[in-house]
Structures are given as C-alpha cells and as structure tokens.
Design a protein around this ligand. Structure first.
Ligand code: 6GU
Length: 240
C-alpha cells in the first residue's frame, strides 16, 4: 500500500513512522508512507495555506489551490482514495480500518484552523473521517492514528498473525484479562484456571471474562452481538 499524507506540521507524524510496527512494515515493503508539507504547493511569497472566510467570522480557512495542486501531483494514476481528516467526518472503527487497509493508494489530508474550502470536499475528497468526539488542533495526530491502525492489520505486520484477529473489536467483544509470570506477585495470584493447562476451560474462562468486561464497560457493543442464553445469564449477573 502507498500512503501519502498532506500536512501543515509533518514533523508531528514523521518521527513516529520510524518506530515499532510502523517501521517494520515499511522496511519489509508492505507499506510506503510519504509525509508532505502542504506549504510546498503554495505559489505566493508568504507561502499562505489559509485565508479569511467569505461572509466573515472568526478563524481561517484552508485555501483550495495548494490542496488541488498537491493531490493532482500525488494522484497521477487517479486511483487514490482521498481522506480528509475532520471532526465532522464519519467515526473511525475497526471495520473502517480494515476496509482502508485494502486500498492501493491512500492520500490523507490533515485539516487545521477553522476548516477547509468546501470545494475541496466537493471535488477531491472521497471520504471524511473523525477519530472521535473531541476536537484536536489539527488532523496530524488523527492521521497517525489511522496509519498505525492500518499498518498493524496489513499482512506481515504482526509476528503472530493470529493476534490481530483475537484482539478487542475484531469479534466485537472487549479483550479478556491477561497475566504473565510470576504466578504470585506480592500475594496477587493469577487465576488458577490459566495455570491448569486445560485449554477448553481456559477458552471458556476467557470468553466469560470478555463478556463480563464488555457488559461492564461497553454495553453498547453487545447490541450488535448475538447472545446465547448462557451468555445472557452471565451478563445479567454482571448487571446485578
Ligand atoms: Cl480527524 N481532526 C481534528 N482536528 N479533530 C478531531 C479529529 C480530526 N477527529 C476527532 N477530533
């Protein structure tokens, strides 16, 4: 996958790409990320990327020309999925991450200031995405969130290929608790079943704990989940 990012503060994004899974998948050739400064496509001597809103009001608006010029240059094949990052976008979810990970070419445009000229939305943008119901000072951190989430589902990103599928949200329940050594840490003991070597019982215990945790923390996720009578009984116990 090829991923281009257009940002006003590329330095927020670039260093993070040199670490961990993000670095590994790029080195392995599974992902190519280029981060560009939108200012490089300005033509005036002040390199302005923003201007006052027609009709008045507070805040500056991202000008259309640099974004049109940059996306024209980066999308020569005209096959890119172009995402604008904004709190007005559709919420990022794991299924959306997985859909984006199937694209050949993504261009992420990071918003800043009051917003973007509406003609960018009309002519250039394929989808608008938000990473949650809060306001960031710009789309750069949101772009990083999306890149990280995509990278870890690309083939070859995880040493243990299984683990992407067993994580929270891939099966719409939160994850069960995890333990590692020591079996007794200052009197706090690891649940006996995990030490038993009895794989069926371990699997059952993990499923029950995942259900309980989901019912306690994110009951909204259970609406989408087809519950058996046994599972319903576990959840009702949590509610009491
Ligand atoms: Cl994508 N951008 C900004 N500026 N704020 C956000 C966001 C994006 N997603 C949530 N809040």
């Amino acid at each position: 996958m090829k991923l281009d990012v257009l940002a006003l503060f590329p330095d927020i994004i670039a260093p993070a790409l040199q670490t961990g899974i993000l670095k590994r998948i790029q080195d392995a050739g599974g992902l190519t990320v280029n981060v560009y400064n939108l200012r490089d496509w300005t033509t005036d001597k002040h390199k302005s990327v923003d201007d006052y809103p027609y009709g008045g009001g507070a805040g500056m608006i991202l000008k259309p020309e640099p974004i049109f010029a940059a996306t024209k240059e980066l999308n020569v094949e005209s096959d890119a999925h172009i995402v604008f990052l904004t709190p007005q976008g559709i919420p990022l979810t794991q299924p959306l991450v997985e859909a984006l990970s199937l694209e050949n070419h993504l261009i992420l445009i990071c918003g800043r200031y009051k917003g973007v000229d509406e003609r960018v939305r009309q002519k250039i943008v394929t989808s608008e995405i938000s990473i949650g119901d809060y306001v960031l000072s710009g789309g750069e951190i949101a772009a990083l969130v999306i890149i990280d989430a995509i990278a870890r589902v690309l083939p070859g990103a995880l040493g243990d290929f299984e683990s992407a599928h067993e994580d929270s949200f891939s099966k719409e329940l939160l994850d069960h608790p995890h333990y590692t050594r020591p079996a007794d840490y200052e009197g706090m003991k690891v649940p006996e079943v995990l030490l038993s070597g009895h794989h069926d019982n371990i699997k059952k215990w993990r499923h029950v704990e995942a259900l309980k945790r989901t019912a306690q923390r994110r009951p909204d996720l259970l609406q989408e989940y087809d519950l058996t009578d046994e599972e319903l009984a576990i959840i009702n116990k949590v509610k009491q």
